[in-house]
Design a protein around this ligand. Sequence first.
Ligand code: BV8
Length: 243
Amino acid sequence: MITEAAKRVREARAIAVLTGAGVSAESGVPTFRGEGGLWRQFRAEDLATPGAFARDPRLVWEWYDWRRQKIAACHPNPAHHALAALESQAAEFLLITQNIDDLHRKAGSRRLVELHGNIWRVRCTREATVSALPDVPLREIPPRCGCGALLRPDIVWFGETLPAEALDRAFRAADTCDLFLVVGTSALVQPAASLPLMAKRRGATVIEVNPDPTPISHLVGVSLQGKAGEILPALLGTPPGSP
Ligand code: BV8
């Protein structure tokens, strides 16, 4: 099955890829819903909603600081590197990620859309200006913008709309690609989960890479069961373990 899928990838003119937490699992970044997942230990309602931030901004900041420290120790794995290499092979390409860990960019991906934001950026709650998180330990938590308003992580929380331009690019890519690769996502969170189905309706080949079945496994063309760090180098013809 992987040989046939690899042929489809080589022959594709326009490729779109959707990744989720599973692509960073082998780097040591916790996923959300599986065994040891963040939502098994924490309630999303308490930490990743606008209401949670309004109630207790300090708690939300501390949780993101804790995750930031974990992510800072992680490096891109062979799956990130294989996707970065794929970008340079395809005429039209877009990597759409739900991840906020920045590991795709660290691996060299450039045609990249971050649907749920980035943990290394902050946003002013009044002016909506976005900036890089200061490179020094924060003097106060929650930190404040120069204008006096609270800063928040530049992350899309549940119940918030996704950045319009990012969503627009993602939908356009799903609409026009002939190959859609969906890697390491439980395909439960909307609107990201609808992208592979949209591509499928438009006639694209959809290939899923995941060790476990997901709600879309029976709808995609090819379901490759296994870890992204093992399957993607084999599928995309990059040496295993290569940066
Ligand atoms: C919105 C913050 C308009 C970032 C996140 C219909 C009904 C009910 C509710 C809704 C609905 N439609 C939309 C909603 C609301 C909601 C939603 O979808 N809820 C779901 C849960 C039902 N969506 C939203 O609120 C979105 N906004 O729709 O705006 C609106 C507004 C109000 C009301 C309606 C509509 C905003 C969504 C953004 C949420 N932000 N987190 C953070 O702190 O990190 S969600 C969180 O989920 C992360 O961002 C994460 O990326 C995302 C998706 O999860 P996955 O990446 O798939 O991770 P998961 O752990 O689930 O799965 C990992 C997978 O990897 C598993 O399948 C596993 O088998 C696999 N795996 C493991 N190891 C490996 C592997 N795969 C490969 N290799 C391995 N080695």
